[in-house]
Each structure stands twice: as C-alpha cells, then as structure tokens.
Design a binder for this molecule. Structure first.
Ligand SMILES: [Zn+2]
Length: 253
C-alpha cells in the first residue's frame, strides 16, 4: 500500500504463527531504499517486484531493521541481484539458525502428512543467510535523490534495532520497536535491554510521525500512534518490574 507520496508498506508476509511480518520501501528520484527483506526468498521476490515497478530506473538498496531472521532472510535474494544490504554491525547470523527457524515453521503444519513431507519448507526455497555488507555503527542518512531517509539507532527489542525516518513526509519505519496489536517480543532480552527500549519509545514518540510502519501488524496513523506506543510501554514496564517477558507466564487453567 502507498502511505505517502514516496513511501510504501508491504504487509503480512507469512511467518511462524502468530507472526506475519512487514516490509516497505522509500522511493527517491535516483534510489529506492527497501526496509527489511522479508522472511524468505518468496517474500523478497514480491518486495523487489513492487519496489522496482514504482520507479524502474532507480538503484535498489536494502536495509535491515534488526537481527531477527524474519527481517533479514530475504537478503540472499537481493544479494543475488547485486543489491547491497545495510544493517547494524551486530547482525551476524548463520545458516544453522535459519534451519532451526524453518524446522519450527514446518512443525506448525496442522496436517500430519504435509508436516511429515516438510512441505512448509517450500516457503524458504533457496533462502540462505546473507548478513549486511554495509555495517552500521552510527546514525546515517541516505540521499535517495531529492529525498532523505534517516537511520536512527533504536536498541531495546534487540541491540541491533534501527528505525528509518523520512522527515519530509513524517513516515517512520520502526521495525519491532513498536509492534501493532501483538504482545511485543521481549524474549531473549534482559531488564537492561527493556529499559533501553523505553528510551527508544520516548524518542519515537517525540518524532511525531504521521504514519508508523511497524515490523508486525497493521500500519498506525493519527491517534493510534501514541496509543500503541503507550500500550507497548505499559507491557515493557511490567516486564521490568517482574523481570519476566510477557510471553513467559503460564496460562491459568
Ligand atoms: Zn520481527
């Protein structure tokens, strides 16, 4: 979907339930910056197709908003076309980790015969790990041709999280710093990370973006932005207090 004159969101690429994952792109006069490469090559092909058709003469670039595999596993597809990938220096993943993810995805198949055939692996055809070649250590700016995109370092969900802001249109691609509707994923983090996450949320709120393209879930606009930031903030605060991720509670019987 087009969310502003130069910005587009691509929503709902399949991933391990309950997750679907988003991507997007920003189209300048000379370059198109793709934000996240999708969870697999099939998604990456869709992302590249849309990004190219909007302005075919543009050079394509890719940036990953974090280290989790649902945001970077399309990198190999882009790299095979010579398209360069940017991402936080801390993104260093391995094919063995991707294999674990694919096994988890296969295990979600309800039909036993299809599960046994490992049919769900089709979604990951030719997918392999390619880490970013441009390693981001400080905040940088892309000049896409009469349009700037700013990279903000926003640790919290992981130490590698970043956001991409388009000031001219007040669009923020915020990755998993704000997930829309979902319980934020605090697994794998510590109280220290979650405190950083709260600072990141303050920074995101202060940008007063008109549209937030979240890493997961629907695009947010208007009043829904502060509302959703507040919802995530409340969940993180509780986690800090109880030193426990919101997904680690036992269901009450
Ligand atoms: Zn994610």
């Amino acid at each position: 979907m087009q969310i502003s004159q130069h910005c587009f969101a691509l929503l709902g690429f399949a991933y391990t339930p309950p997750w679907s994952v988003n991507a997007g792109f920003i189209v300048g006069d000379e370059k198109t910056l793709i934000v996240d490469s999708g969870p697999n090559t099939l998604a990456a092909a869709t992302i590249k197709g849309y990004a190219q058709v909007v302005r075919p003469s543009n050079q394509l670039l890719v940036i990953n908003t974090e280290r989790h595999l649902d945001h970077i596993s399309g990198n190999s597809y882009f790299a095979d076309y010579g398209i360069e990938v940017y991402g936080h220096v801390g993104i260093q993943r391995q094919d063995s980790e991707l294999k674990n993810d694919i096994d988890e995805y296969i295990a979600c198949t309800p039909n036993a015969v299809r599960r046994e055939r490992q049919e769900a692996a089709i979604v990951f055809t030719d997918t392999r790990i390619v880490n970013p070649i441009h390693k981001i250590t400080t905040e940088i700016k892309f000049n896409l041709g009469n349009l700037n995109a700013e990279v903000l370092l926003t640790p919290g969900h992981t130490p590698t999280n970043l956001c991409v802001f388009v000031p001219a249109e007040r669009i923020l691609f915020c990755g998993d710093s704000v997930v829309s509707g979902y319980l934020p994923n605090l697994e794998g983090g510590s109280v220290k990370d979650w405190r950083q996450w709260l600072s990141t949320l303050d920074r995101i709120a202060a940008l007063e973006a008109e549209v937030l393209v979240c890493g997961h879930g629907p695009v947010l606009q208007g009043n829904n932005i502060p509302k959703e930031i507040q919802r995530v903030r409340t969940i993180i605060k509780r986690a800090i207090l109880e030193e426990k991720a919101p997904t680690s509670y036992e269901l009450e019987k």
